[in-house]
Ligand binder design. Structure first.
Ligand SMILES: *[C@@H]1O[C@H](CO)[C@@H](O)[C@H](O)[C@H]1NC(C)=O
Ligand SMILES: *[C@@H]1O[C@H](CO)[C@@H](O)[C@H](O)[C@H]1NC(C)=O
Ligand SMILES: *[C@@H]1O[C@H](CO)[C@@H](O)[C@H](O)[C@H]1NC(C)=O
Ligand SMILES: *[C@@H]1O[C@H](CO)[C@@H](O)[C@H](O)[C@H]1NC(C)=O
Ligand SMILES: *[C@@H]1O[C@H](CO)[C@@H](O)[C@H](O)[C@H]1NC(C)=O
Ligand SMILES: *[C@@H]1O[C@H](CO)[C@@H](O)[C@H](O)[C@H]1NC(C)=O
Ligand SMILES: *[C@@H]1O[C@H](CO)[C@@H](O)[C@H](O)[C@H]1NC(C)=O
Ligand SMILES: *[C@@H]1O[C@H](CO)[C@@H](O)[C@H](O)[C@H]1NC(C)=O
Ligand SMILES: *[C@@H]1O[C@H](CO)[C@@H](O)[C@H](O)[C@H]1NC(C)=O
Ligand SMILES: *[C@@H]1O[C@H](CO)[C@@H](O)[C@H](O)[C@H]1NC(C)=O
Ligand SMILES: *[C@@H]1O[C@H](CO)[C@@H](O)[C@H](O)[C@H]1NC(C)=O
Ligand SMILES: *[C@@H]1O[C@H](CO)[C@@H](O)[C@H](O)[C@H]1NC(C)=O
Length: 771
């Protein structure tokens, strides 16, 4: 008996073992299949899977692979593995798999049905990919965590939402194109704690059933209706609630007080009205309260004074008039106060907001304030961002503002300020942004401004400034690094964004290269990110939008009465990419030194500049916009201009003394008559592609050299260029590595362009040699 039992036991365990080994081997087979699939779709860049060794007995030690106690593959982490192409279609064969992470790759195409058969999955992360089509995971009823954020999923969710979601705790479907109604969708999801639906097109109402929720983010959708009392029941656990950018209306119910753990509440950009509920004052840990762009009534509940942790308050865009409410001056923890886009007329000083001890950011722009600028500002020791633009302040800029040594942004643009720019501005060594455009400022630009070594964004356009551009200007922006480094270390997000990017729109001149997308849809988040990037020195143009080029500083003195020469010293301004000096009285020649600036845009139109267009402009290989119109330039167009392969706006109109030919080939030939209006002795040959066009070009490029360079000479330069070429590759690769390492491209831009320049030049040299 016992023998038989023993034998049976043995057979049993052998069977189990065999089954285990078989299962394990099957898993290994599937993973090898997966590896081959990924290798086939990713010929160049590969992730850790490339190192999975088939010779090993078990896949359990492969990078990204995890096994359970029985040796079955239970988790697979292929995040950030540079995967490009469709999703592997056989994950369901890994029957022991409960965790799959494919996030942060470039996976394309639709979800295969196969994934919906991975019924054992508890965690699925597909975020940050390019997956499109429907999100059908209706069979994944064991899911606890689902993150498909930052993809291109579209269509409704109600149809395919996990039918039984009672195990789901985390759901992140943010940043897709999902639509359909969410009314009642989560009613049966009793385990749900973290929900992020933001940046989709969901409709319907914010329903009940949020009992257990800790985080709920439905920002920037199309939700409607009001918020019912029962949304915040007794024992509400919400810590984070973001309903911004929807079409919600009605009162915010006082039952919000039930959510005593709330730290973040944003209702920005809805149609809420009525009183701000006093119950908010009983939430002790509330840090951020964002009620901007609504229709709340002016009376503030005094209970808010008990919000001792409140550091961020946005009550912009609520049609508030009269005096600034005194309550704000009593919120002593405030660091950020945004009251812009209202109709306030007074009360800046009497409300006490200028005495808030921790205030770093104050935005009072777009109101009806009048009178002189408050000198009390100068005693605000922690203020960094002061935005008083677009009001009706008049009088002089108080020199005492020069005491705000922490100041990084001073935006006083579009007021009625007069008098001079105070020399004390030169004391502001942390200043990054100085916006004084659209006032009545007169006198000279003070030389001391050159002491603002962080200043990279300078707009003085549309004033009555006169005199010369001081040569000391070359000192601005010469060393912004200390300020950027401080901001990068600052863990607190600066969070000065608004959906319409109002301040950024003022900071960035119209036509800023690569920045046309501002006018189009820009989410609140994009906007916050953008301002954050600017103040941390990461540039404004992020790689997905345009070229991987960090565009930094600009100087705009347009529409003033500046006269004299453009100082050659500005060549030292290596952190500036836009120089806009149009519509002044500048005279003399355009200094060739200007070409040492890494300019993307140069506009000196509507001045009285004379002399030749410097040949060296052709070296500004980043140049996209060149406007020399309405001046007195003479002589021909330097042939070097044809090397400006990025140039897309070019205007030399109304320079009556310009002569010579417009080349019929190369970059300059891509511009039509509009670029050359009113240049009577300049000959245009637009439609001329005849055989003599070649000789035209030679005529133009004959400058300096003999008719034809000796072949050997060209040979030497070709060899030199080949050496240079490989040197550039080395630099480029080094910088790519640095990029990966740092996560952003600091000086990458120059090298990218150097690279393109060198390849272009090499082609030219080879062409010459062929001739
Ligand atoms: C999935 O993998 C298993 C095991 O390697 C294999 O038998 C099966 O044919 C595969 N199915 C598909 C559709 O590739
Ligand atoms: C999903 O992956 C992304 C990127 O790898 C990560 O940031 C995120 O936290 C993950 N989501 C969850 C819910 O763990
Ligand atoms: C989702 O997938 C399941 C099985 O894969 C299928 O039965 C169902 O019809 C699909 N639902 C939708 C809305 O496509
Ligand atoms: C959801 O995903 C987005 C983008 O990946 C991320 O920014 C956000 O923090 C996530 N939300 C939650 C609640 O984790
Ligand atoms: C929730 O569950 C109840 C009972 O199980 C069911 O009748 C109802 O249809 C479910 N609601 C949703 C939205 O799935
Ligand atoms: C919500 O709207 C309904 C009808 O539209 C109204 O009866 C109710 O009072 C509103 N509730 C709140 C809290 O505004
Ligand atoms: C808490 O919620 C209950 C149920 O909705 C409600 O009756 C009560 O008034 C709420 N408490 C507060 C302080 O609003
Ligand atoms: C804001 O509320 C007032 C009354 O309190 C009303 O007259 C006005 O139409 C509302 N504005 C919007 C945009 O809802
Ligand atoms: C603030 O809280 C204290 C203690 O909880 C309370 O006595 C006081 O009335 C509150 N103040 C206001 C203005 O609500
Ligand atoms: C600016 O600095 C100069 C020289 O250090 C000093 O004389 C002046 O008082 C300062 N201005 C202000 C407003 O602090
Ligand atoms: C600008 O200020 C001056 C006084 O400095 C005043 O006379 C003038 O009316 C103001 N202009 C506007 C448009 O408010
Ligand atoms: C500021 O600039 C002025 C004029 O350019 C110069 O004389 C002075 O030394 C500078 N001050 C400081 C503190 O750098």
């Amino acid at each position: 008996m016992s023998r038989l039992q023993h034998l049976l036991k043995l057979m049993c365990s052998v069977l189990i073992l065999a089954e285990l080994i078989r299962g394990n081997n099957d898993d290994m087979e599937v993973l090898i299949e997966l590896k081959k699939f990924l290798q086939a779709h990713n010929q160049i860049n590969r992730g850790a899977y490339d190192g999975w060794l088939e010779s090993e007995a078990s896949p359990c030690n492969w990078q990204g692979v995890g096994c359970d106690a029985d040796g079955r593959v239970s988790s697979l982490d292929l995040s950030s593995s540079r995967i490009f192409g469709p999703i592997f279609g056989n994950f369901s064969s890994l029957t022991g798999l409960d965790r799959l992470d494919l996030s942060a790759n470039s996976i394309t195409g639709e979800l295969p049905d196969d994934l919906n058969r991975c019924v054992g999955l508890k965690q699925l992360n597909l975020s940050h990919n390019l997956i499109c089509g429907a999100l059908n995971i209706s069979s994944l009823t064991s899911l606890k965590t689902l993150d498909v954020s930052q993809n291109r999923f579209e269509g409704g969710i109600s149809m395919s939402f996990p039918a039984t979601c009672d195990k789901l705790t985390t759901l992140n479907i943010s940043s897709n194109n999902l639509r359909g109604s969410i009314t009642g969708l989560f009613d049966n999801c009793s385990s749900l704690r973290y929900v992020d639906l933001s940046l989709n097109r969901f409709a319907g109402q914010v329903s009940q059933g949020m009992d257990g929720l800790v985080q709920f983010n439905a920002a920037e959708n199309d939700l409607t209706g009001n918020i019912s009392l029962s949304m915040f029941p007794e024992g509400c656990k919400l810590q984070f609630l973001d309903l911004s950018g929807n079409h919600l209306f009605g009162n915010l119910p006082n039952s919000i007080a039930n959510c005593s753990g709330l730290t973040y509440l944003s209702l920005w950009g809805n149609g809420f009205d009525g009183k701000i509920p006093p119950g908010i004052g009983t939430i002790p840990g509330l840090e951020k309260l964002i009620l901007g762009s609504n229709n709340f009534s002016r009376e503030m509940p005094l209970e808010l004074m008990n919000c001792t942790a409140l550091n961020y308050l946005d009550i912009s865009g609520n049609n508030f008039g009269g005096e600034v409410q005194g309550l704000f001056g009593k919120l002593t923890s405030l660091t950020n106060l945004k009251l812009h886009s209202n109709k306030y007329t007074d009360g800046i000083v009497s409300s006490g907001i200028l005495r808030l001890p921790k205030l770093t950011m104050l935005d009072l722009s777009l109101n009806w304030f009048t009178g002189e600028l408050p000198t009390e500002v100068s005693s605000m020791k922690s203020i960094k961002y002061l935005v008083l633009a677009q009001n009706n302040f008049y009088g002089e800029i108080p020199p005492a503002y020069g005491q705000l040594v922490q100041l990084q942004v001073l935006d006083l643009s579009y007021n009625n300020l007069s008098g001079g720019v105070p020399a004390d501005i030169g004391n502001l060594s942390s200043l990054l942004v100085l916006m004084l455009a659209g006032n009545q400022l007169s006198g000279e630009i003070p030389r001391e401004i050159g002491n603002c070594t962080s200043l990279l964004w300078l707009n003085l356009a549309g004033n009555k400034l006169s005199g010369q551009i001081p040569p000391e200007i070359a000192g601005i922006g010469s060393n912004p690094t200390p300020t950027f480094v401080r901001n990068q270390k600052d863990a607190v997000q600066l969070e000065i964004g608004t959906k319409k990017c109002l301040s950024v729109m003022r900071w960035i001149p119209i036509g800023y290269p690569g920045f046309n997308y501002v006018d189009s849809e820009m989410s609140l988040k994009d906007c916050r990110d953008l301002e954050d990037r600017i103040l941390k020195g990461y540039g404004i143009v992020t790689p997905p939008y345009v070229q991987p080029c960090i565009i930094l500083g600009y100087v705009r003195f347009s529409r003033n009465l500046l006269s004299g020469h453009i100082p050659p010293m500005i060549s030292a301004m290596r952190n500036f990419h836009l120089l806009l000096l149009d519509d002044n009285l500048l005279s003399g020649v355009l200094p060739s030194e200007i070409c040492q600036m890494p300019l993307v845009a140069l506009n000196v139109s509507r001045n009285v500049i004379s002399g030749v267009i410097p040949f060296e402009i052709g070296r500004m290989i980043l140049l996209e916009t060149l406007d020399l119109s309405f001046n007195n330039f003479s002589s021909g167009l330097p042939p070097s201009l044809n090397q400006l392969f990025k140039l897309n706006k070019f205007n030399v109109s109304y320079n009556p003394l310009l002569s010579g030919n417009v080349p019929s080939t190369g970059q300059l030939s891509t511009f039509d008559e509009q670029s050359f209006l009113g240049d009577p002795i300049l000959s245009l040959r637009f439609a001329d592609y005849g055989p003599h066009s070649e000789s035209n070009e030679d005529e133009l490029s004959s400058e300096g050299t003999e008719d034809h360079p000796a072949k050997e000479e060209t040979m030497v330069s070709v060899i030199a260029f080949i050496v240079f070429f490989f040197a550039t590759i080395v630099i480029r690769e080094y910088h790519n590595l640095m990029y990966v390492y740092l996560g952003y491209k600091t000086q990458m831009c120059q090298y990218e362009d150097l690279w393109r320049y060198v390849t272009l030049e090499l082609c030219n040299q080879v062409k010459k040699l062929r001739k």
